[in-house]
Design a protein around this ligand. Sequence first.
Ligand SMILES: Nc1ncnc2c1ncn2[C@@H]1O[C@H](COP(=O)(O)OP(=O)(O)OP(=O)(O)O)[C@@H](O)[C@H]1O
Length: 383
Amino acid sequence: MSKAEARIEEVISFYKNKDTVLGYRKLMDCVIDTQDLNLYRQIIDLTDWKEKHPKNETEFIEKSLAILELVSKIPITEYNTNNPVVIGSGLTKSYGINRFQLGPISVEINKSQVYGLVGENGNGKTTLLRILAKELKYNEGNLEFKFDNNYNTNYDLRTNLVYIPQRTQKWYGSLKDNLKFVLSSYGISPEENETRVLMMIARFGLWNYKHLKWNELSSGYKMRFELARTLLRQPELLLLDEPLANLDVLAQQVILEDLKSMCNSINNPIALILSSQQLYEVEKISDKVIYLKDGKYKDNKTENKVEENQLIVEIDCNEEREKLLSVFIDLHLVKLIYNGGIYIAYFQNSTNFSAVLETLGKHKIEVTYTRNITASTRRFFVS
Ligand SMILES: Nc1ncnc2c1ncn2[C@@H]1O[C@H](COP(=O)(O)OP(=O)(O)OP(=O)(O)O)[C@@H](O)[C@H]1O
C-alpha cells in the first residue's frame, strides 16, 4: 500500500469512528497534496456548509467521503526524503568573553522529520535556531543548506527557509487579506490566490476568523495564522521558536498534530525544528529531541552508560521517602531522589515499569502522577 493509499484508509477510519474533526483535518491534508484547485474549492464549499449546518453530521460525513473518493483517483508522487536539507557541523557561538557559549553543535535534518529543541530558559535554544535561520553569525563550524529550489539571494533563502520567532510581528488589515498578500508576490492569478488562501483558512480552523484583525485574535489563532501563512509559502525548512507559548493544552496538541501533518506531506514535506518548554507534548511528535544545557547538546538517542542500564520513574505522591524506600525494597532500587515536588526513582533495568505500578498499587500509595522517563529527555532535566 502506498503512503497516499494508507492515508486515505486512515481518513476513512476516522470518519467511521465519528472522529470527524480529526478526519476532516486529515482529509484536507490529502486534498492539499493533490494541488488540485477544483478539490480545494469543494473543501471551501464544504467548510462553509459545515459552519452553517453544524449539527448535520451524517450529511457532512457523506460529503467528506465523496471528496475523498475524488482524491483517491489523483496520483500523488512521493517525495524522496533520504537526504538532509540542512547540515550544521561543529557550530559554535559566543556572545563574548565570559559570556554564554553555544556548542560545538552538529545537527542535520531531512524533510518530513520533526526535531524538538528543549532546555531550561537561557540555555541556547533561540541562539541555535537563529544560527540555523542565518539570522545570527556563528563563530566556528559549517552550515550548509541543500534545498531543491536554488537560492542566490537572501530573499530566495527566506522562501525556502521560514523562521518564526517567539514574538511574531503585528500585522494590519484582515487575516484573509494578509494571507492573500503572501501569494500576491508569487505572480499567481487573483482567483487562484483566493482559492489557495481560503483552503489554508479552512485547514487551520480559521473560517470564522478570516475577517478579524490582529488585535482581535487570541494567541492560539495568531499562531494558526502564522502556520497558514507559512504553508502558503511552501518552505523546505521551518524553524519555530516556542510556538506553543501561551496556548492551552488542547490547542498545543492540535497545533503539534497540524505541524506534524504539514511536515509529513507526501509530495511536499518540510523539515521542522521547534523549541518548546512542553517536553512531553513535543516528544510525542518528534523524531528526535535535542536537549540544550549551558549551550551543550544531548539528544534522546544519546547513550548514557549509567542511565541506559536503569529504569527511571517519576512519581508524584505525598508519601515519606522512608515509606517509598521500604515499598521498593524488592525492586532493585538504585537511588531515590526528591526534588521538592516529585520523586525520581532509579531502578536496575531488570525491573519493569509495570512492576513499579503494581507495587505502588499493592501498597495503596496515593499517586497523583507517575511516568516512565527512561527514554525521555526529561531525565536530563531531573538529573
Ligand atoms: N545578543 C545577545 N548578547 C549577549 N548575550 C545574549 C544575547 N542573546 C542571548 N544571550 C544570552 O545567551 C544565552 C542563551 O540565550 P537564548 O535566548 O539562546 O536561550 P533560550 O534557551 O532560547 O532561552 P529561553 O527559553 O528563555 O527563550 C542567555 O544567557 C542569554 O542571556
